[in-house]
Design a protein around this ligand. Structure first.
Ligand code: RB5
Length: 145
């Protein structure tokens, strides 16, 4: 798969770890920023990665900030994106099986790198169950303005 990555400054190191993991799993990674910087605004890289997923340029996206919360909020503002913050693998697995989540958010100040990698592996290797969940996932789309 082609995977979009995005982070703020706090999660830069974690993003490098996740980047290496994904490439090791055979995925192609596109990094939508940030590079190593003192400070940055998580909505910018979160939105950039989410737009790549929504446009179909990337099949999945993984975004990271201090908590994973801010950057997931930014990603979820993009139509077609279903981004979930996960701190353990069970939620990541269920988010794929039942919610067809196409983006994962991780908190670099919440999970250590090894747990983050475990969550990422589950997210990347679990398929959508379909069936009764298709209708519910469709219902997640925002109402027309
Ligand atoms: C940055 O200080 C911090 O607010 C950010 O990384 C993130 O945790 C926001 O949700």
């Amino acid at each position: 798969m082609v995977v979009a990555l995005g982070s703020d400054h706090l999660a830069y190191e974690l993003k490098q770890e996740i980047h290496a993991l994904l490439e090791g799993m055979g995925h192609t990674v596109i990094d939508y920023g940030v590079g190593r910087v003192e400070s940055s605004d998580y909505p910018v890289s979160g939105r950039a990665a989410a737009k790549a997923v929504a446009a179909g340029d990337c099949e999945r996206g993984i975004v990271m900030c201090g908590t994973g919360v801010g950057i997931s909020l930014a990603a979820n503002k993009v139509r077609g994106v279903r981004c979930v913050v996960c701190s353990e693998p069970y939620s990541a697995k269920m988010a794929r099986l039942h919610n067809d989540a196409n983006m994962l958010a991780l908190g670099a100040r919440v999970v250590g790198p090894e747990l983050a990698k475990m969550i990422t592996e589950v997210f990347m290797t679990t398929g959508f169950e379909g069936g009764r969940h298709v209708k519910r996932v469709a219902m997640l789309e925002p109402e027309e303005d």
